[in-house]
Design a protein around this ligand. Structure first.
Ligand SMILES: [Zn+2]
Length: 430
């Protein structure tokens, strides 16, 4: 029976020396530390990271990213489970038929385990329960133009019946929380300046959208999750509603690391929506994570072909590419603020597993769980060399930056992931 040993094993009740015994890909027992084969010494053994926000883009926009490159990047970054977003693939995952097409495209290409979110769009409420029965883990919706014509946005009249349906099905609704109302029709200023872009997507758009989602969550009691939360003003709404409604929220490494004041002009690899905001906003997001108002950190890896990232913030495609770096970026900032690997495991392993309904299999080093581990060195640093990223395209705002947290290996069901081996990842179906 393989054993994974280390002086630093991140267990649900703390970090300590331990031996994790694996049988048939699952954790069989956890015992006190003893010397023997499979000893990782001072390296930390943490649960494999669960990233519930990845845009794989295959089929249809495979030239942006695909299952093979995305899952390789994930494994190289210590992530052992990802959940794919229903856009920007073609077709978008908004029907049962499209879901089957997506599964077909993924076959034989997965280096880590992959689950799927479906989409709620105008007119597809009849598809939702069928998709749940087929294994979709939950659904994403937009309250504003998604940038993809066939992935339409929904407003309260469409949202309420969809949420009632999802409450019955017990599946979560993930909300892109921005509404168009408070957005200026046109912003004066140089489109190559980040400040001009930031003005075009004000906090008010997010605040209003979070308020709408929270209110409908309380009314329908459908599990509701705010994706890529950026506006610190809207944290108060989360704080208020979390007590009376099944409401959760995530933020992303780029909001926790960068600050609007520091983004160079013309560098559209930093463009995402909602935008990266000011320094004080970033600090408020960290306090919210500490307090539990924000539950988790997800990458929102959303790459595109590099030619769509011109120097013009108005025209460039939005999305930050950073799947392989999500753990070191989040850890570097967490470490600076005095948080431990246990905090990180709560935000990047246990909480996302719960969102995806995988809380009995993934996200913890506990008996009966899949033996998925991230083996890494939190005190070792490295400089990001884009050539070493497994992402299909190497353009990333993290290029050349230094981070703590070197990932030695990803372990999937008791075996180290190696890219020379045939892929062993499985689908995560409901
Ligand atoms: Zn996204």
């Amino acid at each position: 029976m393989p054993v994974f040993r280390s002086q630093r094993v991140v267990l649900p009740d703390g970090i300590r020396p331990a031996c994790v015994h694996v049988a048939d890909g699952k954790i069989a027992t956890i015992t006190g530390y003893q010397k023997g084969p499979g000893d990782y010494g001072e390296a930390t053994i943490m649960p494999g990271v669960v990233d519930t926000h990845v845009h794989v883009n295959e089929p249809g926009r495979t030239e942006w990213e695909g299952f093979r490159t995305a899952t390789e990047s994930a494994a190289a970054g210590g992530i052992t489970s990802i959940v794919d977003m229903p856009l920007n693939s073609v077709p978008v995952t908004t029907t049962l038929k499209a879901f089957e097409t997506k599964r077909e495209a993924a076959r034989g290409q997965l280096y880590v385990d992959v689950g799927y979110w479906g989409g709620v769009v105008p007119g597809n409420v009849g598809e939702l329960s069928k998709m749940v029965a087929a294994g979709v883990l939950g659904f994403k919706c937009f309250l504003i133009d998604s940038g993809i014509a066939e992935f339409g946005w929904v407003a309260e009249p469409e949202l309420r019946p969809a949420m009632e349906e999802l409450a019955r099905a017990g599946a979560p609704l993930l909300v892109h929380a921005e509404v168009a109302g408070p957005m200026p029709a046109h912003v004066e200023g140089d489109p190559s300046k980040y400040a001009t872009y930031l003005k075009s997507r004000p906090r008010a758009s997010e605040n209003e959208a979070v308020a709408l989602a929270a209110r409908l969550c309380a009314e329908t009691q459908a599990r509701t999750h705010i994706v890529h939360h950026s506006s610190s003003d809207a944290l108060e709404t989360l704080r208020e509603f979390k007590h009376k409604a099944p409401l959760t929220a995530e933020t992303c490494p780029h909001y926790l690391h960068f600050a609007a004041e520091e983004i160079p002009d013309g560098r559209t690899e930093f463009k995402c929506a909602p935008p990266i905001r000011e320094r004080d906003n970033r600090e408020a997001l960290w306090r919210a994570l500490e307090e539990g108002v924000l539950d988790m950190i997800a990458s929102d890896h959303s790459p595109c072909a590099p030619n769509l990232k011109s120097g013009d913030f108005e025209k460039a495609w939005g999305g930050v590419s950073g799947l392989q770096l999500a753990l070191p970026v989040a850890w570097t900032e967490a470490r600076k603020r005095g948080f431990s690997e246990s905090d990180l495991a709560r935000w990047m392993c246990a909480a996302p597993a719960r969102l995806a309904g995988l809380q009995n299999r993934k996200g913890s080093i506990a008996v009966g769980f899949d033996a998925d581990f991230c083996i890494w060195r939190p005190e070792r640093s490295f400089t990001v060399d884009p050539a070493k990223l497994h992402h299909r395209h190497k353009l990333t705002p993290y290029a050349g930056q230094e981070f703590f947290g070197v990932v030695d290996a990803a372990v999937l069901r008791g075996e180290i992931v190696r890219f020379d081996d045939p892929p062993r990842g499985r689908e995560l179906l409901r």
